[in-house]
Design a protein around this ligand. Structure first.
Ligand code: AMP
Ligand code: TRP
Length: 335
């Protein structure tokens, strides 16, 4: 049997997921776990590069783990763990810092964006992508499923692998980004990408009533002012959500009804709400079950970290040895 390729991805512990994260990332992960050896990491060491409240962090991490499991990540099929439970992430990041040009880090779009909004820019924010490279390469992962915004970081990971290998011998693979089909889910305001900080989200665990309360007033085609006005579904975010959640028949119904003013926006939204609720129902059910059994989440994370520490320790042994550290010399290279 050929060895399964390794997949690695990470997500910030933001607490609850929204349908943008779900469609853009987590839904793909659920499919990938069937085919590959997958590692999914809750990146708390990355999260502390932004202002935060220490007392809130444990709940943010726990809720993210619970939501990922509810969304369909199965601890029997993949490894789910918390970054800070595996100390080698920070250790390898330090080694990679020594081969990473500052100029490359300063070019990163996400860094520039975040740094421009801060008065005093901390080193952790600049070095964020180095830690991300360590996350991926600690497991020698070859595939990295991420949103479009993370492709640049995966490119940098390849470069760090190349630079390190060039100096210390071929060891780390150059991973590839896997960008899913759903690149950008717009928020309910129809103005910007769905994002927790903009308050334009539908949470993955929201109840049918909450979902309807958010969808009902959501922005549609602004040119369709009255019920009798025909609309243009292709400028309407409700229609784009139909394309993510509805059957081909319902999508055709919405498109035709909108163009001919055969249906009103409220009819269209109600059908969408029903379809979203249908897809999210089993996720919410599983989440409620896990909330009754929090020990299942805790055990999953413990087992995950244990498995990861084993792999991580073997990678570190080799990497340190090749760098002439911890008393080791290069094992490979035919000596
Ligand atoms: P974030 O919550 O921004 O850290 O994102 C976590 C993951 O979800 C990343 O892979 C993002 O690319 C993806 N993601 C976040 N928001 C959206 C969105 N509105 N549409 C599609 N993907 C998203
Ligand atoms: N930076 C990623 C994000 O903001 C999260 C992340 C951390 C990650 N380490 C990773 C993603 C390793 C993929 C692989 O979404």
């Amino acid at each position: 049997m050929t060895k399964k390729k390794r997949v690695f991805s990470g997500i910030q512990p933001s607490g609850e997921l929204h349908i943008g994260n779900y469609l853009g990332a987590v839904k793909n992960w659920v499919e990938l776990q069937e085919q590959y050896e997958c590692f999914f990491c809750i990146v708390d060491l990355h999260a502390v590069t932004q202002p935060y409240e220490p007392e809130e962090m444990p709940a943010r991490v726990f809720d993210m783990a619970l939501t990922l499991m509810a969304a369909g990540l199965d601890p029997e099929k993949c490894t789910i763990f918390v970054q800070s439970h595996v100390p080698q992430h920070a250790e390898l990041a330090w080694l990679f810092n020594t081969v990473t040009p500052i100029g490359e880090l300063e070019r990163m779009t996400q860094y520039k964006d975040k740094a421009s909004r801060q008065e005093s820019v901390l080193a952790g924010l600049l070095n964020y992508p180095v830690l991300q490279a360590a996350d991926i390469l600690l497991y020698q992962a070859e595939l990295v499923p991420v949103g479009e915004d993370q492709v640049q970081h995966v490119e940098l990971t390849r470069e760090i692998a190349r630079k390190w290998n060039g100096r210390f011998g071929e060891y780390f693979p150059e991973p590839e980004a896997l960008v899913g089909e759903v690149r950008r889910v717009m928020g309910l305001d129809g103005q910007a990408k769905m994002s927790k900080s903009l308050g334009n989200t539908i949470g993955l665990l929201e109840s049918p009533d909450e979902i309807w309360a958010k969808l009902r007033p959501a922005v549609t085609d602004p040119a369709r002012v009255r019920r009798e006005d025909p609309g243009n579904p292709f400028v309407c975010n409700i229609f784009s959500l139909h394309r993510h959640f509805s059957s081909p028949a319902d999508i055709a119904w919405s498109e035709h009804g909108c163009r001919t003013a055969g249906i009103g926006c409220i009819d269209c939204k109600r059908r969408l709400a029903d379809n979203i609720i249908k897809e999210l129902d089993p996720i919410r059910e599983r989440a409620m079950e896990l909330k009754r059994h929090p020990e299942r989440v805790a055990e999953t994370l413990e087992r995950g970290a244990e498995h990861c520490r084993e792999i991580a320790s073997s990678t570190m042994q080799e990497a340190l040895a090749r760098m002439g550290l911890r008393g080791g010399g290069p094992k490979v290279k035919g000596r």
